[in-house]
Design a protein around this ligand. Structure first.
Ligand SMILES: [Zn+2]
Ligand SMILES: [Zn+2]
Length: 262
């Protein structure tokens, strides 16, 4: 069994370790490095690096601090996504960094998430809205500062006072150990990492042989013009350059054609 170090203040090894153990990697969690200095969800520390860059910095730091050859870093982000703000979107990245021979793998998972801020006009509404998010912890911003990691019971206690000013806005605490919905997405990213580590180039046997590229534009079945659909998935070996392409659509649908359906 190989050993890898994970840099996390927020107990992410609970999501990553079981998945990686299945493929022969034992995880050691390093929690004494303050990852918050790289940026926080609540905004006290601005995020200057992209999520991928940040995950790589954490992975390298994990290897350095543990003295192990392999380090892991994980970083999540909210917002964006294909539905353009209609749905809240969560992306989780897990980066693996191996010092020698050098290897960097970015695994990820993304999808819509129900997590959002909630606004309530009274205590009953507040309780009812929080109950949609079991075990999720909350953030309350007040004049004195930010209260983080509040359980439902703590939020209720805090808003029972007669002087509570309604409406009240709660933000979800997005740190991994406080957000069950995020934990599910982190676990999916861990699964993607496990799959990438097991997916090897047929030419040179390098790992991370994964279809990261898409080719668009199959010929429209009516007019032959390239449509906006994904035509094929392309896998490029990062070691030897071997390329494989898997065709998803031989012809395009006129509904996605700018000529037939402008
Ligand atoms: Zn190869
Ligand atoms: Zn067409």
């Amino acid at each position: 069994m190989k050993t890898a170090a994970l840099l996390s203040k927020h107990r992410k090894s609970q999501q990553l370790a079981p998945v990686l153990y299945e493929i022969g990697i034992e995880l050691v969690e390093i929690d004494f490095f303050d990852t918050d200095q790289l940026g926080t969800f609540a905004g006290e520390v601005e995020r200057r690096l992209s999520p991928s860059e940040c995950a790589l910095v954490k992975a390298k730091k994990a290897a350095e601090l543990s003295g192990l050859n392999v380090g892991l870093g994980s970083e999540g982000s909210f917002g964006g996504g294909p539905m353009g703000g209609l749905l809240n979107w969560n992306q989780e990245i897990v980066c693996l960094y191996q010092q020698a021979p050098e290897l960097i793998i970015y695994a990820s998972a993304e999808g819509p998430t129900a997590l959002r801020s909630i606004k309530a006009d009274n205590l009953d509404a507040l309780i009812s809205k929080m109950s949609d998010f079991e075990q999720q912890r909350w953030i309350v911003r007040c004049a004195d500062g930010i209260l983080k990691g509040l359980s439902q019971t703590e939020v209720i206690a805090l808003h029972q006072a007669a002087f509570t000013e309604w409406p009240v806005v709660l933000e979800p605490d997005l740190r991994a150990m406080h957000s069950p919905l995020r934990q599910i997405m982190i676990q999916k990213a861990a699964l993607n990492l496990a799959e990438r580590l097991q997916s090897r180039c047929p030419h040179c046997d390098a790992v991370d042989f994964w279809p990261d590229e898409r080719e668009f534009g199959p010929a429209c079945q009516l007019c032959g013009y390239p449509t906006n659909e994904v035509k094929s998935l392309v896998t490029n070996c990062k070691s030897c350059g071997y390329k494989a392409s898997e065709t998803l659509l031989e012809t395009g649908n006129e509904r996605f054609c700018d000529q037939c359906n402008p």
